[in-house]
Design a protein around this ligand. Structure first.
Ligand code: PRP
Length: 289
């Protein structure tokens, strides 16, 4: 491992791994498959990717063992390391939830007073109940928290919920959401001020932001009569003005623009109503604003 290179830690094996790898690859970074490896060097960027347990990532970033880390916001909330969050990465969405057995007569958090709560997130759980002024007994469990109510170990659990299938399979129901989470990029403060490393981090951020911005947009091409161009321009909340080129049929033009994902169907319906035809929509790979 070259010492001058940036080091980025990602989860070795778990819920964020595949998405982290594909996010890094879509940012143009080339590196070998991570399976069975401790680290891999990027071929086209001075950076090493280090594969570690996700629980260890905030600590490695804080101590400077690595410059950057990708981790769930849930771990940041739980461990509260004094490090900088550079970016939300918009994948790995999940929520930390309080759940009880479906058949239990617990209706609200107040009914959990003096009861045992099992979780792998003791700090988040204690903080939540303290804020609500409810006294509970929080016990820390390493994994498979969902089994603890069945074993009679706890009255409720606090655990991550993504698709909800683990809760459904364990006959548990949510009574409260503590917070939402997604993958985030963390940085060691010394790395962001180091002359050499901060330049590399800026370059990396430009790439990452390019991928994230592209997710917000779709590229759209359509044909229309030239006479309706003003109406089409009005309907297109694109970046700047659309690109217009003449078609072989007199009086007809081809229009190209980008549409924000948030208004996508609304905009397409408007365009059709105005008279646009042959509408072709393509994904945007990267968008550098
Ligand atoms: C989390 C959580 C649940 C599961 C929920 O575990 O602890 O077991 O995911 O996901 P779902 O709502 O899609 O079923 P994770 O995969 O992070 O691994 P862990 O068991 O090591 O905590």
């Amino acid at each position: 491992m070259k010492t001058k290179n940036l080091k980025l830690a990602i989860q070795k094996n778990g819920r964020l791994t595949e998405d982290a790898i594909s996010f890094l690859r879509s940012s143009g970074l080339q590196f070998e498959s991570y399976k069975q490896k401790l680290f891999s060097s990027c071929r086209n960027f001075p950076m090493e990717i280090v594969y570690v347990r996700d629980n260890d990532i905030p600590g490695y970033v804080r101590s400077g063992a690595v410059d950057l880390g990708i981790v769930g916001q849930n771990l940041v909330n739980e461990t509260r390391p004094k490090i900088k969050k550079l970016l939300n990465l918009r994948y790995g969405y999940c929520s930390l939830c309080l759940a009880v057995p479906k058949e239990s007569n617990i209706k609200s958090i107040r009914d959990l007073s003096e009861k045992i709560i099992a979780t792998s997130y003791p700090n988040s759980t204690k903080y939540f109940f303290e804020k609500q002024n409810i006294k509970v007994n929080v016990i820390e469990i390493g994994g498979s928290v969902e089994i603890t109510p069945i074993l009679g170990v706890a009255a409720a659990i606090v655990d991550l919920v993504s698709t909800g299938s683990t809760l459904a399979l364990s006959d548990l129901r949510i009574i409260e959401k503590l917070y939402d989470s997604e993958a985030v990029l963390l940085a060691n403060p010394n790395s962001t001020t180091d002359l050499y490393k901060s330049k590399l981090i800026d370059k990396l951020l430009t790439r990452f932001k390019g991928v994230l911005s592209a997710k917000n947009y779709k590229y759209v091409m359509m044909n229309a009569k030239e006479s309706i161009l003003p109406k089409i321009k009005k309907a297109l909340p694109g970046l700047k003005s659309p690109t217009i080129s003449p078609l072989a049929i007199p009086g007809w033009i081809s229009i190209q623009s980008v549409i924000k994902e948030d208004f996508f169907w609304e905009t397409i319906e408007k365009l059709k109503k105005i008279g646009a035809s042959d509408i072709l929509v393509l994904p945007v790979e990267k968008l550098i604003l």
